[in-house]
Ligand binder design. Structure first.
Ligand SMILES: Cc1ncc(COP(=O)(O)O)c(C=O)c1O
Length: 391
């Protein structure tokens, strides 16, 4: 069969490492998984109980395509109250994970040849999704010296008459960056002036640490007509497997995405939607529990690992530490080979920076359970010391 030319998306390095880790695990090898992009804590009992109740009450049939009305209301109230936005429930679409919200938006917006601005290091799926619809990812580099942030001047250099969309990932994966209100304002004002649509992926907004605060792109009413915000229950509530996300956008966009959803997934699972409703109604209780646990794990991570590698600094948000191989004392730039070696020789699964468009770096997740984190890091540290200090 001849596949569409848009199918020539490279298989992800993340998936390759993960498959190998699973294969080795199946062969009985002890693998420490520091690659998973999820908070590995149990979903809160309140949420589980709501799902069980939905099953017992027979809420097992097709839900409305755009999501059950109670959930659209609860999600909108939560966003408005938490991030100073003022959406109506009609501006909220419930999707099967934040990922499908991004996917549906790219499908709705991209005409083949359109250029989509995104910053590297980027979340692995942005360029792949854009390519799937014939779009062209325009990758804007960012640098650790500028805290991995870009400003309008950096975007301007990558602007062309084909630029259609700007992707922001605030509460960034893999770098943990958080844009300030001032920085966000300048990016959004630039996009508005150039008539570029912005999609702001904010799925890590609840996982900020110490005194750092998250500012939503939707908190500026003057930019809302050209803005789509993607949110999710996955990270806030440790609900990655339930597959519930939300898109907040102007009505016309919600209508188009609802049409795509009606012709594809038909929406998120009804049981999961009732679970998400309980989660969002108890957000002020549950999100801080997940955040505190992730902050504690981040601190364990930094205590164990940064005691050997002094130049690493604590991430402000998200679930990841993005480290330069050089800062780990590893004298190579080849992140893929290093990750294969780390898996093979230390039994530790981590993700190569190459997958995020940033060679010479690796991504560690601190979402794993504390014991797994601590032992995995000790194995990795001894592997690095024995492998590279003898040379
Ligand atoms: C930056 C980013 N956006 C979106 C998602 C999608 O999350 P979900 O589909 O589970 O809501 C992820 C998941 O890892 C992510 O890291």
């Amino acid at each position: 069969m001849q596949f569409s030319p848009f199918m020539s998306v490279e298989p992800s390095a993340t998936v390759a490492i993960n498959s190998l880790a699973l294969k080795q695990k199946a062969l009985g090898k002890r693998i420490y998984n520091l690659s998973a992009g999820e908070p590995m804590v149990a979903t809160h009992p309140l949420i589980m109980d709501a799902a069980k109740k939905a099953i017992d009450e027979g809420k097992t049939h097709y839900p409305p395509v755009s999501g059950i009305p109670e959930l659209r209301h609860a999600a909108t109230n939560w966003l408005n109250a938490t991030y100073q936005t003022n959406y109506a429930a009609e501006n909220c679409l419930i999707t099967a994970g934040g990922k499908f919200g991004l996917y549906a938006f790219f499908q709705a917006a991209i005409t083949p040849g359109d250029e989509v601005l995104m910053m590297a290091p980027y979340w692995v799926s942005y360029p792949a999704m854009v390519r799937l619809f014939g779009g062209v990812p325009k990758v804007v580099p960012s640098f650790p010296e500028q805290s991995w942030k870009v400003g309008p001047d950096d975007l301007e250099k990558n602007l062309s008459d084909k630029t259609k969309i700007l992707v922001l990932n605030n509460g960034g994966n893999p770098t943990g960056i958080l844009y300030t209100a001032k920085e966000l304002h300048s990016l959004l004002a630039w996009a508005q002036e150039k008539k570029i649509m912005v999609i702001s992926d904010e799925v890590y907004s609840g996982l900020t640490y110490d005194d750092h605060i998250f500012v939503s792109a939707a908190s500026f009413p003057e930019f809302r007509n050209d803005l789509v915000v993607v949110q999710s229950c996955s990270k806030h509530f440790a609900m990655t497997g339930w597959r519930v996300g939300m898109v907040f956008a102007p009505l016309l966009i919600i209508e188009k995405l609802t049409m795509i959803q009606s012709q594809s997934t038909s929406g998120a699972s009804s049981i999961s939607q009732f679970a998400a409703l309980a989660a969002l109604n108890a957000a002020t209780k549950i999100v801080p529990l997940v955040r505190q646990e992730m902050q504690a794990r981040r601190d364990i991570f930094m205590r164990v690992f940064a005691s050997s590698f002094h130049s690493l600094s604590s991430p402000f948000a998200g679930l990841y530490l993005f480290a330069a191989l050089q800062d780990l004392g590893v004298p190579t730039n080849d992140s893929v080979s290093f990750c294969y070696q780390a898996l093979d020789q230390a039994g530790v699964a981590i993700v190569p920076g190459k997958a995020f468009g940033q060679e010479g770096y690796v991504r560690f997740s601190f979402g794993a359970e504390a014991g797994e984190l601590e032992t995995g890091l000790r194995h990795l540290t001894s592997f690095i010391h024995s492998e590279y200090e003898k040379k």
